[in-house]
Design a protein around this ligand. Structure first.
Ligand code: ZN
Length: 322
């Protein structure tokens, strides 16, 4: 049986059961008053009849709270709320994004789900929000004797592909700086920065990296003073040195190579405004990768758990493409 033939990808009642099992593993929570396990299922509920559906539509997964007497479903208070897209299609979208190493463009999603491009675009951004690890869950990278590799890269259109009047001579003028920190054998954390000067980086490094770690960088100027705060190993890329014993930055370069192939091949253009969400998506897949024993279905389940309290409305996502 293929993964795609799972019933929750096709049947709305099964989709609700699947999401409920994941989100309410420790008991059914009323999103209105927070009461746990004092609610009952409302069976055979239908929406009001309309011209299109004279008998109304079945309302799946509807519960009534025994405390506050209000009704709720598992969609309330999550990124699924206020979305008219059936839950089983959401599950298809999450699975596709979690199992595609370089991502799925909104155009492809719109063709697969047979929804509008706008719906697909918005859906993808909401799933990216669900993939973003909340700040309070971001522990320090590295630790005693552990290696953390740092590097920066630039993403954005090639100057030669732009109309002449928009081209600029400055090397990185229209490109966005992406800075990543990767613990070898562990997690990555990427961010979109306005610049990657020593002054910008220092507070970030102190906040995100355990000070007993060994940090590995190339010989770029902004890393020169790192040894004030950390044990620091440098590979002299400018002298064509790439590996010297344990000193290398190949891990973080591998992370960038997937990101760049994803952005070039799948998304073509990512606006600076939305870059942070794409980084959250790529970091999420890396941090839940096969090499760490996380396979597609487990990765999709982790993304699903991330949807709680990650509501994103049209107001907070600008509708510009990118
Ligand atoms: Zn309640």
């Amino acid at each position: 049986m293929s993964v795609l033939s799972k019933s929750y990808f096709h049947d709305e009642a099964e989709a609700f059961a699947h999401v409920e099992a994941l989100l309410w593993a420790d008991g059914r929570v009323c999103p209105h008053c927070g009461t746990v396990d004092n609610s009952y299922r409302l069976k055979n509920q239908r929406t009001k009849p309309t011209k299109k559906s004279p008998n109304g539509v079945e309302r799946h997964g509807l519960y009534k709270c025994g405390d506050c007497r209000k009704q709720f479903t598992v969609r309330i208070g999550t990124i699924f709320e206020e979305s008219h897209l059936p839950l089983h299609l959401w599950l298809q979208a999450i699975h596709l994004m979690c199992s595609s190493k370089k991502g799925i463009s909104a155009h492809q999603m719109h063709r697969i789900l047979e929804c509008t491009y706008k719906t697909a675009w918005f859906l993808e951004h909401r799933i990216r929000e669900a993939m973003r690890l909340p700040l309070e869950d971001q522990g320090a990278l590295g630790g005693n004797g552990k290696a953390v590799e740092l590097d920066e890269t630039y993403v954005g259109g090639k100057e030669s592909n732009k109309p002449i009047y928009k081209r600029t001579k400055a090397r990185y003028a229209s490109k966005a700086a992406v800075f990543s920190m990767v613990e070898r054998g562990g997690q990555v954390r990427s961010m979109h920065l306005m610049d990657v000067t020593a002054a910008t980086l220092r507070p970030i490094l102190l906040a995100h990296i355990d000070d007993k770690s060994v940090v590995m960088t190339d010989d770029a100027g902004q890393y020169r003073k790192l040894s004030d705060d950390f044990a620091h190993e440098v590979v002299n890329h400018s002298a064509d040195e790439y590996v010297r014993g344990d000193a290398y930055t190949n891990t973080v370069e591998g992370v960038f190579s997937i990101l760049k192939r994803g952005i070039a091949g799948t998304f073509h253009h990512v606006s600076q405004q939305h870059l942070g969400r794409y980084l959250a998506e790529f970091d999420f897949r890396y941090n839940n990768r096969s090499a760490l024993g996380v396979e597609d279905q487990a990765r999709a389940a982790t993304a699903l758990r991330g949807i709680v309290a990650k509501r994103l409305t049209y107001k907070s996502v600008d509708r510009t493409e990118g």
